[in-house]
Design a protein around this ligand. Structure first.
Ligand SMILES: Cc1cc2nc3c(=O)[nH]c(=O)nc-3n(C[C@H](O)[C@H](O)[C@H](O)COP(=O)(O)OP(=O)(O)OC[C@H]3O[C@@H](n4cnc5c(N)ncnc54)[C@H](O)[C@@H]3O)c2cc1C
Length: 584
């Protein structure tokens, strides 16, 4: 059941085995899977509300309207970014049930096999390898026909997908004018091979995008893992508008209590889990809660007036994200996103069509194809820096193709945008505290393009976009790039990047896994907080390296495996406690 007020929870007089902090992407997976066992009672505390009736969230094409600066957004701002010429940029993160899965752009990309094999290698736990995670990818995924039910043969590989999972994933449901030209380019230029399925573990090349869309409607962790059949479980409760300030030590070394406020009031409530507290507040929220609880770098915490409780200097460090830069091209077509953007009648027709039949251009997100590429192995940058990618089959950059201008378009002209993202970044940032007020925003420093390597990769990505657009398939379509072109110098491209690059909101790694017993890291490979009991972390913050991918799939996969790890631990404990009783 969903509860709006802590008074409702008090009235029910319930005890909870597990308290999940954050009803986001990974948190709702855990809530669903743990409550599969009717003997386990689960409470989710979510800071935001329900998003179910918001068209901007439901209609895939309206994703860009959900944020920033809306009630669905945490409305963060980064610190000044040197790599962006000192700009501070708005940093989006989903506030409300479903977390960022309710506000994201729905691209569903797992990353490469090597991305996960590297997790296994650095944590010493083979359970995090690609082969051992495939089962969890399939548990997450319900691969479904696109909303127009076209023949998808040759657009994905069914052998590498799950068809009985919980979260719907599908292909484009309304072809755009650029799709056939993108595919033609893969036949014309050797540099851009076609990849039947970028989610097979072998990601390189260009393929059809898979997206978390069900019959033309967004599929989020709220609509899938908290669908009515799960929400009706008597052992699953969600309390909305409940913002957790701290986790509290219950007995020495055990953190099973949470302290929270409702609806921004300063009144603090405390609840204690019988078994575990699971932090799923995301890569910004989770370290923020840990630090305010005294779990972090003890001397830094003490200097802020926070009583240190457990020294874990890695909390909030190792922040990784992908920087993006879009390159618009003026095109010789009127069949682009700008058409409805400038014509209210057409926009109304499109919404009517979506409302009545779930067809038309609004059933899709803003891209139908993505490509994943490497800069050449003999690039000069590798004389100075090691290759940051997980392996030789993992991308350095991606190209995202969109049938229009991203952001408010200029008053005239029609566009194609090729956006490049640095997907295996070398730069690392941090989440730190500005004050000892647990309800204040932390300092978010993604440190974009701090490494010269990341700037090099982004520059090469933009040059690659220009080469792609020079293929014969585009000769009668593209008029000219806007911003930089084939005559631009490296310095001009760098200046364009620093002025125009933005975050992609894939923040990861701020409570990283490390091997059991390691002096660094925040959680052990079973996701329990190092040196403590009763407290686990299940969200993207545990990723030791950001996957070369859009990151929601990784968050879902983490949620699925974590659920099994938690279930396993408690089934063993139950067996041993029964054994003890018998012995006694
Ligand atoms: C605008 C945007 C576009 C994106 N586009 C894509 C895309 O197209 N494809 C893709 O794969 N990825 C995309 N991402 C990234 C992806 O959605 C995230 O990486 C992923 O959803 C993170 O999952 P999570 O479980 O770690 O955190 P979240 O899903 O963010 O969940 C954290 C939850 O915790 C709650 N919370 C935080 N603090 C507290 C607290 N103190 N008390 C209680 N609750 C709290 C939050 O409200 C939220 O519900 C995008 C993200 C954004 C913001």
């Amino acid at each position: 059941a969903i509860l709006e007020n802590v008074a409702d929870l008090n009235r029910l007089q319930l005890k909870f085995d597990f308290i999940v902090v954050g009803g986001g992407t990974a948190g709702n997976v855990v809530a669903n899977r743990l409550s599969e066992n009717p003997n386990h009672s689960v409470l989710v505390l979510e800071a935001g509300g329900i998003n179910a009736d918001d068209l901007n969230i439901i209609v895939p094409f309206f994703a860009p309207r959900v944020m920033p600066h809306t009630p669905r957004d945490w409305n963060y701002t980064t610190t000044s970014q040197n790599g962006f010429d000192g700009r501070s940029v708005t940093y989006n993160s989903g506030f409300g049930l479903g977390g960022s899965s309710s506000v994201n752009y729905m691209a569903y990309t797992r990353g490469s096999r090597e991305d996960y094999d590297r997790w296994a290698e650095v944590t010493g736990d083979d359970g995090w390898s690609w082969d051992n995670l495939v089962h969890y990818m399939e548990k997450n995924e319900r691969f479904s026909p696109p909303s127009d039910h076209h023949d998808t043969t040759g657009q994905f590989n069914p052998d590498v997908h799950g068809f009985d999972g919980i979260n719907t994933v599908s292909l484009e449901g309304f072809p755009t004018a650029i799709g056939s030209r993108i595919i033609a380019t893969t036949e014309q230029l050797e540099e851009y091979p076609f990849n039947l399925d970028m989610n097979s573990g072998d990601q390189l090349g260009i393929g059809w995008l898979q997206a978390t869309i069900k019959d033309g409607v967004r599929s989020s962790s709220a609509t899938s893992y908290l669908a009515p059949e799960y929400l009706s479980r008597p052992n699953l409760h969600i309390l909305l508008h409940a913002r957790v300030a701290r986790v509290l030590e219950t007995t020495p070394g055990a953190f099973r209590s949470v302290e929270f406020v409702q609806d921004g009031s300063k009144k603090l409530f405390t609840l204690t889990a019988e078994k575990e507290v699971i932090l799923s507040a995301g890569s910004i929220g989770t370290p923020n809660i840990l630090l305010h609880s005294g779990i972090g770098n003890s001397s830094t915490l003490a200097s802020l007036g926070i009583q240190p409780v457990h020294n874990l200097p890695s909390v909030g460090q190792n922040l990784s994200d992908h920087a993006l830069a879009g390159l618009p091209f003026l095109v010789n077509s009127t069949d682009t996103f700008e058409a409805a953007g400038r014509n209210a009648t057409l926009a109304t027709e499109q919404l009517d069509r979506w409302s009545t039949t779930r067809t038309g251009p609004l059933v899709d997100t803003l891209t139908s194809h993505i490509g994943w590429f490497r800069i050449p192995d003999n690039s000069s940058i590798f004389e100075k820096f090691p290759d940051p990618a997980a392996g030789s089959n993992t991308a350095h950059y991606e190209l995202i193709f969109s049938n229009g201008f991203l952001g408010p378009p200029p008053p005239t002209g029609n566009f194609l945008t090729i956006t490049t993202g640095v997907v295996s970044p070398a730069s690392r940032g941090s989440v730190t505290l500005a004050s000892n007020d647990p309800l204040s925003h932390p300092l978010i420093n993604p440190n974009y393009l701090d490494s010269e390597l990341d700037l090099f990769v982004m520059r090469e990505g933009l040059k690659s976009a220009l080469r792609f657009a020079a293929a014969p398939a585009w000769h009668d379509y593209i008029i000219s790039p806007v911003g930089v072109d084939g005559t631009s110098t490296d310095a001009e491209i760098d200046a364009y990047i620093r002025e125009n690059a933005t975050p992609i909101f894939h923040v990861s790694g701020t409570a990283s896994m490390s091997p059991k017993g390691a002096a660094w890291g925040v959680v052990d490979p079973d996701l329990s907080v190092k040196g403590l009991t009763g407290l686990r972390i299940v969200d993207l913050s545990v990723a030791p390296f950001i996957p070369a991918a859009h990151t929601q799939a990784a968050a879902y996969i983490i949620g699925e495996r974590a659920s099994d790890l938690i279930k396993e631990d408690w089934s063993q404990q139950r067996v041993s406690s029964i054994f003890n009783v018998q012995e006694y």
